[in-house]
Design a protein around this ligand. Structure first.
Ligand SMILES: *Cc1c(COP(=O)(O)O)cnc(C)c1O
Length: 408
């Protein structure tokens, strides 16, 4: 047996050691100037991140959840509205909808990309809603409530099929907010515009999370809203700071949702490495793709020609997930499931009245997915071992030599 060190699902130590000097400089600067909230480090990061995403504005906030909630409210989503999203996502997507006063409605996902299926959105709008002729409002038949927004999630680091979703949003006058919390640097080829577009630059606004494990992660909690809309950006700046544009003059009630200066400084440093880190993730994904092609019963991630994914996660599908996770676990290889229980089947959403069977693709995929180790510092030899153990656990009878042979 080769060296049997453990392979973590995610290594958060190595990337910080690589740039330790740069990061400690940020701490020192903050300590020496006592700049902890707001100030030049926040503004500098906001400028740099907006430039990275190709948007006019970025507004630093306390988390990705804050970013989603502020973006929805600032875009005009109000109490009693309905917001369309997917059940195959992290609960923060729908928490933000509820906390903005609205109610989530789910549609099923695309079987190959695991992202929002535009055809299902159209089906919901055509079959479950009526257009109020006079004002052109979209009213959901069963509740009589108004549908005002749609949140596609760019899951696992790959963008949803935005052309189709934007067309629907335009046709039905819906606000489109991107949940780009897993997609820093992901790209989409827009046929409508005949060019590549960055995640976070296509909707009315987008939400990013800088939770430590994301492709761009802070050393704590952080998030940002990106947008080209100056008014929306200004509203987000007020929402994050108790509804004030000027100290102690409150135009509305807001939140305590600011971005810490130290986190902003750290994010500026790490943003300088993001393209390189994403490139290393893409190379690792390609190595997995090649090796896993030889293994029967493993469905690899599907990346359409219109997508450039940044592999926040590398997710495969298998029939016998329990055996695979057990086998990899015994071999000291970390795995994850993102996510095991679709939101429409969570206890928290019992009140929405959904049932098992409502979203068959979401439910099937939730039962079959496994996330393999994926991070920029992941080594090829570690991946060889991961794939060997996948093979072993699935008992497909092929050897690692076969896998190697099938690579050319
Ligand atoms: C991480 C994440 C969020 C929430 O971000 P936080 O910074 O943890 O609040 C929202 N949506 C998705 C898809 C995420 O992965």
């Amino acid at each position: 047996m080769k060296g049997k060190s453990s392979i973590p699902f995610l290594d958060l130590v190595s990337p910080h050691i690589e740039i330790e000097q740069e990061l400690t400089q940020v701490f020192k600067h903050a300590l020496h100037t006592a700049s902890f909230i707001g100030g030049s480090m926040v503004e500098e990061f906001e400028r740099a991140f907006a430039e990275f995403c190709g948007t006019k504005h970025s507004v630093g906030v306390g988390s990705g959840t804050d970013a989603l909630r502020f973006a929805l409210t600032a875009a005009g989503v109000k109490a009693g509205d309905i917001v369309i999203t997917v059940a195959h996502t992290f609960i923060a997507t729908t928490e933000a909808i509820s906390q903005a006063g609205a109610e989530p409605r789910f549609v099923d996902i695309d079987e190959r990309t695991y992202n929002m299926d535009a055809a299902k959105v159209r089906e919901y709008l055509e079959n479950s809603c009526t257009i109020d002729g006079r004002l052109g409002l979209v009213i959901e038949n069963k509740s009589g409530k108004q549908v005002t927004a749609i949140i596609p999630v760019h899951l696992y680091g790959q963008m949803a099929d935005m052309d189709q979703l934007l067309e629907l949003a335009e046709q039905y006058k819906l606000i489109l907010i991107e949940d780009a919390c897993q997609a820093h640097g992901a790209q989409y080829f827009s046929k409508r515009e005949n060019c590549w577009r960055m995640a976070g630059s296509m909707g009315r606004a987008a939400a990013f999370s800088f939770y430590p494990g994301k492709n761009l992660g802070a050393c704590g909690e952080a998030g940002a809203v990106t947008t080209n809309d100056e008014v929306l950006a200004q509203k987000c700046r007020m929402l994050r700071d108790h509804g004030q544009a000027k100290k102690y003059y409150h135009a509305m009630e807001g939140y305590n949702g600011r971005l810490d200066s130290i986190q902003a400084g750290i994010l500026t440093v790490k943003l300088g490495h993001l393209n390189e880190w994403n490139r290393r993730r893409q190379e690792a994904a390609q190595r997995y793709d090649e090796m896993l092609s030889a293994i029967e019963g493993v469905i690899k991630p599907h990346c359409p020609e219109w997508a450039r994914a940044v592999y926040h996660l590398y997710v495969i599908r298998v029939q016998n997930r329990e055996a695979l996770q057990k086998g990899l676990g015994e071999a000291q290889i970390g795995t994850g499931i993102h996510y095991p229980v679709p939101l429409h089947l969570q206890k928290a959403y019992e009140n929405l009245g959904y049932q098992r069977g409502d979203f068959p693709i979401t439910e099937r995929i939730a039962a079959e997915i496994v996330s393999l180790p994926m991070f920029p510092q992941l080594q090829a030899e570690h991946q060889n071992r991961v794939v060997e153990e996948v093979l072993h656990s699935l008992g497909s009878g092929m050897t690692a030599e076969n896998v190697g042979a099938r690579r050319d």
